[in-house]
Design a protein around this ligand. Structure first.
Ligand SMILES: [Zn+2]
Length: 153
């Protein structure tokens, strides 16, 4: 599974546009994400901060939550964009990597843009979270409606 260069650019642009809606009054680090569903839909997300800092949710998780709430569970990739990148490109934080691994295959694509030269960087889920703890490790047998609770189900 891969994503074409033009789709990667499309997703980065959607993430860039989405970042303008971020709620980041504390960090001043607006982030946008654009998630590509298996059926070609693009679902965006932004970081949403909170005065109780620990409740802040990242753009990637916002996009996943929106997608799940709209009935989408299969994804090909996600682009992440941060407008302020003094330290280089932005990739998902550890929490988001774990969250993405719940729904992404090992070859799901994470797209970022390098802060200095704007070049597009693509990673696989396996590269960003090797030896992941995921749904394959935890049996879903305890759920009353197992099939519909499975990722991609
Ligand atoms: Zn995150």
């Amino acid at each position: 599974m891969s994503i074409s260069n033009s789709m990667a650019e499309t997703l980065l642009q959607a993430a860039n546009q989405s970042a303008k809606q971020a709620y980041a009054p504390y960090s001043h680090f607006p982030v946008g994400a654009a998630l590509l569903t298996k059926d070609g839909e693009i679902i965006t997300g932004v970081n949403v901060e909170n005065a109780s800092y620990g409740l802040t949710i990242c753009a990637e998780r916002t996009a996943i939550v929106k997608a799940i709430a709209s009935g989408k569970r299969q994804f090909l990739g996600i682009a992440v964009w941060a407008s302020n990148r003094p330290h280089g490109s932005v990739t998902p934080c550890g929490a988001c990597r774990q969250f993405l691994a719940e729904f992404f295959s090992q070859d799901g694509v994470i797209i970022s843009s390098h802060a200095k030269d704007g070049s597009v960087q693509c990673f696989t889920m396996k590269e960003l979270l090797p030896e992941a703890f995921g749904p394959a490790v935890v049996p879903a047998d305890n759920c009353p409606d197992t099939d519909s609770n499975k990722p991609g189900g």
